[in-house]
Every structure is written in structure tokens, then in C-alpha cells.
Design a binder for this molecule. Sequence first.
Ligand SMILES: [Zn+2]
Length: 477
Amino acid sequence: VSTVRYWCEYAWLGGTSVTASVLIETSGGWITGVTAGAVQPAGAVPLPGVTLPGLVNAHSHAFHRGLRGRTHRPGTFWSWREQMYALATRLDPDSYFLLARATFAEMALAGITTVGEFHYLHHSSGGVAYPDPNAFGHALIAAAGDAGIRLTLLDACYLAGGIDAPVAGAQARFSDGSAEAWAERVDRLVAATRPAVPGPTGTGPTGTGPTGTGSAGTGPARAAVAGAGVRVGAAIHSVRAVPPDAMAAVARWAAERGAPLHVHLSEQPAENEACLARYGRTPAGLLAEAGALTGRTTAVHGTHLTAGDRALLADAGTGVCFCPSTERELADGIGPARELHEAGVPLCLGSDSQAVIDLLAEARALELDQRLATLARGQLTAADVLAAATEAGARSLGWSAGRIASGYLADLATIGLGSVRLAGIGPADALDHVAFAATAADITHTIVAGQLIVAEGRHRLGDISTALRAALTPLEG
Ligand SMILES: [Zn+2]
């Protein structure tokens, strides 16, 4: 069992301010001791700056990294979707492995220690299954293992091209044909993973390492680096893509396994209108009826929820994942963060379309976008938005992480205070300063399961810009 000690100049231990001189002891990937006001002991790794719990990116589509910079010109959500489909048609498991590996490494450089990958690209063109029907899933697991970040693979059921419409074109690659075939494939993925992260008392989350995922033959080399842990969860792509009986089947699959369940919900007004017209219910109402709103469920976006929808989510204990930079980029709108927060709905955050990968920017947007929408300041505090970026995300993805406390996974992100953005920071205001002015570029150290993945701003895999260029160039349309 590896024991590593970190000494933090400042650390956020919860509450409204940071604590000076904090010693964090880790063993076997878990935090085993936290001491405030400690003298830096010999042998402890120094973490100058402000150390937060590792940031959690609860909603990602890794391949959308290939859309950044290429899809920002005028259009609609639906024209953006056509560009996304065009990219999806060009990917195979080997090219996706390289793109996801570099994208997950970019996340690690941004202080992200856990990602929830909402995964719907499953099959070869025309919808034909690969010899290994989870070839893409295994590529993502291997990519996260190499990049050193924890992964909850949210395997998405996707059966329809719209309400009462068959899948067409690129969507054929997303569909398993039926909820039963989806469950059979995902059960194979679960069986192919194995527990790798024992809990501190044997009762912690059972992660699985990306073993046996190396690609034999001519594909890119997939190093057998032990991953920080993988969990497989379920996703209902949306009410557009999954009919009600299949929603219920996916919800049952997740309930039987105690697995996280994610679903895109009410991102666009058109989705609400079509759902109401066909079923006489809002998307949230339809999900509730299918048994899909539970305490293990996270609704992604929730931009256009009615008051009744918000009550359904609050009553069920369902969380909501905001993706503010994507919701701006796609002209979705501003979701009801204040109302949900006041109703006790846990809010977490995602980089979604990867227009940027900066969880600190997403976190402050929770509050700043509310100011724009409501003409009132101070609805969510720095501690609230940082909790969304850490503990709430970990809860959504099924990990005992997101706090610097004994018994939590030893996942940390350190923000250096040397940049012009953070010059002049004082301990009393440090939490507000990092929540409202720090960026992904200020992250100096990222620690996952007690191990340094990023040190002094450098990823253990080396130059990630080069890796991203190499992965993206062959995918140019
Ligand atoms: Zn999404």
C-alpha cells in the first residue's frame, strides 16, 4: 500500500474560507488524515497555492473536443448537431482512443480528477456491431487509465432519431436496436471490468481498472497503466431518443445494479413542445412516470424546467448537471440554478461539448449567469459553486470523493497563486478569488488516488498539445 503525504500552503476543507498549512495523509489512494496548521514535515510533497478537492466533470462527450473552434459560427442547436454527427461518422475505436486520451489528459491539466463520460457512439457505420461490441467503451476506459483520471462510463441507450422517428444516418452508430440489446451489451462491459480500488474498510466504491483493454495488432499502443478506477453507469440519451418503455427498462437496469443514471433533459424548448404534444407530459414528467427519476439520477441541463418539473426532481432527490459554457454556445438558455438550489436539488457541472475545458469557469457561471437572468447578485456563494464542481459531481458519478477529509478518495487539485489573475490574493478572500478569477491554466498539480498525475503544470504523459494535434488532424472533415 503506497503512503504519500502532501503539505498544502492553503486547502479548502469546506466552509467559506481556506485553511493554512494543511497536511494531507494518503494511503492506498484514500485520505487517511488531515491536519490543519501543521509544520511541513520532511518527506511531504509541497503543494504551494490553494488545494481543492479534485474537480469533477460530471458530463462529457470526449469526441466533441474535435468540434472546438469549428462550430461556433451562426446556426442553431440542430445545425450544430449535424456537424457533430459528421465528426461521429469519421471515428473508429483507435482514433477515438487517441482523441479521448488527449482530451482526458487536457482535463487532468485543468484539475479534473473524475469524468462522467456520457457515451453513445457504439457501433461501426451503418450500425453494425464491432466484433467486440464495446470496442468504443474499452477505448474510453483505456484512455482514462492512461490519462490518469477516474471514469464513470455512462453508457447511453439511444434508439430513435426523434419521437416516433427511426434512427437515420450517423445515429445508426448510436443504436443497439432495443433496450434489451443495450442491456446485454452493457452487462458485457460490466463483466469485462474488475474491482481495482478497494475501499478503506472494504465498503468503498468498487472501481475497476482498465485491464485487458490493450488493442492487439495495428492500432495505437494502449499502455497497461493502472487506472484510478472505472465505474459503469447508465444513461437515457433523451426523451427524443428513447421511448417510454425503453426508459423504464434502462431505469430498472440501473436500479438493480445501484448504478448512476444520467439523462439529457429539457435542453431545448423544442424538446419540451414535442414531448408535450406526443405524450401530454413534460420530459421530466415522462421520466418520472418511467421510474427514471431517483436519488441516483442526474438530469443534464434542465434548462427549460417548469415549476412542476423542479418539484418532481426535488422530491425524487435527483440532481441536475449544468454545462454553462455549452448552454451558452448552443443558445440553450439559462437554467433555474437558484430555484433548484433553494429546493435542495444537488447541482453539479460538466464540460459537455468541450467548447472549453475549465470547471472553474463552469462553476462561477452558475452564479454569474443567474445574475444576468435575475438582475440579482449573490444567490450562490463561492463555496456553493465549488461544491458543485467537486462533491456534488462525485456523488452524481458514484464516488466517495469531492472533499478533503479522512475516508474520501485522495483526489486533489492545486491552484498556483503565481499568475497575474491571482496576484495579491490573501487568505481571507482566497476562496472567492479562486472561484471567481482562477482558470484551468492556474492548475499546477492534479492528484488522483494519492498519485501525482500533473506536477508543476506538466502531465505525466508529456506534451498534451502535441497529443491533441496528432489526434485531431486525421479527423479534419
Ligand atoms: Zn451532453
